[in-house]
Design a protein around this ligand. Structure first.
Ligand code: ATP
Ligand code: MG
Length: 280
């Protein structure tokens, strides 16, 4: 399975959630996180890892040998301290874009090849996306797109404007909210999109996923890690559900997520902002 994680505005915690999903992915599959953010990667600096192997060496290998080898991704990965396998994006945007130009070209990227391998899940950190993003080809080829946003007026206003376009990019557009702000059901109703999950604001949990803090409270102990585990299980379970006769697993996944119905809902202005998602 290939899962694209991205945002439309701000820095709501895409890399942190992609890492948390990888760290808490169901044990039946091997997850691998790939930093394909055209703005450059963060994990190399956060975890103080060498710059090779990574996305740049992967692109060079894909150019040289084609992308047919499903192990190519794993061969260019490194292990984070907790044991999660990652393909590190280069810090520089120019290098990241050059690598992406190679990886996103052709009928099938090394990410798609690896994701088609049974027992492998590829989680692609696509960063902040717009219609010109070089990561768009990867999102389009993904089995699901997780759109991450903080439920605040400014981010939601941008999402409301761009959502229709973003929904065209993916067979399974899913929405994940991060931190305090408007209640989940209100966001779901106003934007007419189911919200797959909500990740709490958890500074200590996020710090561990950014390579800081002691290992004592790893992603299996933090509130952020627990929320990521639920989302991972939801995606995993529905990604492996049998396809329905009249459609796809995509519809299955959308219907299965909590939130308001996606059709027949009048677009209401959002109510007053609340802390901790509580109704005033
Ligand atoms: N759930 C959370 N609770 C508290 N802090 C968080 C959470 N998620 C992320 N953060 C913090 O927010 C900062 C940005 O996170 P992250 O790098 O994941 O965002 P991003 O959306 O990938 O940003 P960019 O678009 O710049 O790549 C980091 O310092 C991270 O520790
Ligand atoms: Mg990021």
């Amino acid at each position: 399975m290939l899962i694209a994680v991205c945002s439309l505005k701000g820095s709501p915690g895409v890399t942190t959630l992609a890492t948390a999903l990888g760290a808490r992915w169901p044990a039946q599959e091997n997850p691998i996180v790939v930093e394909v953010d055209p703005a450059g990667g963060d994990l190399m600096a956060r975890f103080r890892l060498p710059d090779t192997p990574g996305l740049v060496s992967l692109a060079a290998a894909a150019r040289g040998r084609g992308s047919a080898d499903p192990d190519l991704l794993a061969q260019h990965s490194q292990l984070l301290s907790g044991g999660l396998r990652v393909v590190l994006g280069p810090v520089g945007a120019e290098q990241a874009r050059a690598a992406l130009a190679v990886l996103a070209s052709g009928p099938s990227s090394p990410l798609r090849r690896a994701a088609d391998h049974p027992g492998t899940t590829v989680i692609a950190d696509c960063g902040r996306v717009d219609p010109d993003s070089p990561a768009l080809a990867i999102i389009r080829s993904a089995d699901a797109m997780l759109l991450i946003a903080r439920p605040h007026d400014d981010e939601l206003a941008h999402i409301a404007l761009k959502l229709l376009t973003a929904q065209q990019w993916s067979r399974r557009p899913c929405f994940v909210l991060v931190g305090d702000g408007y209640p989940t059901a209100e966001v779901s109703q106003a934007l007419r999109i189911p919200v797959m999950g909500r990740v709490p604001r958890d500074t200590k949990g996020a710090a561990v996923l950014c390579g800081l803090g002691t290992g004592r409270r790893g992603p299996d102990k933090s509130a952020l890690g627990r929320a990521a585990a639920k989302i991972a299980l939801n995606i995993y379970a529905h990604g492996h559900a049998p396809a329905t006769p009249n459609g796809s697993r995509a519809q299955h996944l959308r219907l299965a997520v909590p939130g308001e119905p996606v059709s027949g809902v009048a677009l209401q202005p959002l109510g007053p902002q609340t802390r901790n998602g509580a109704t005033p």
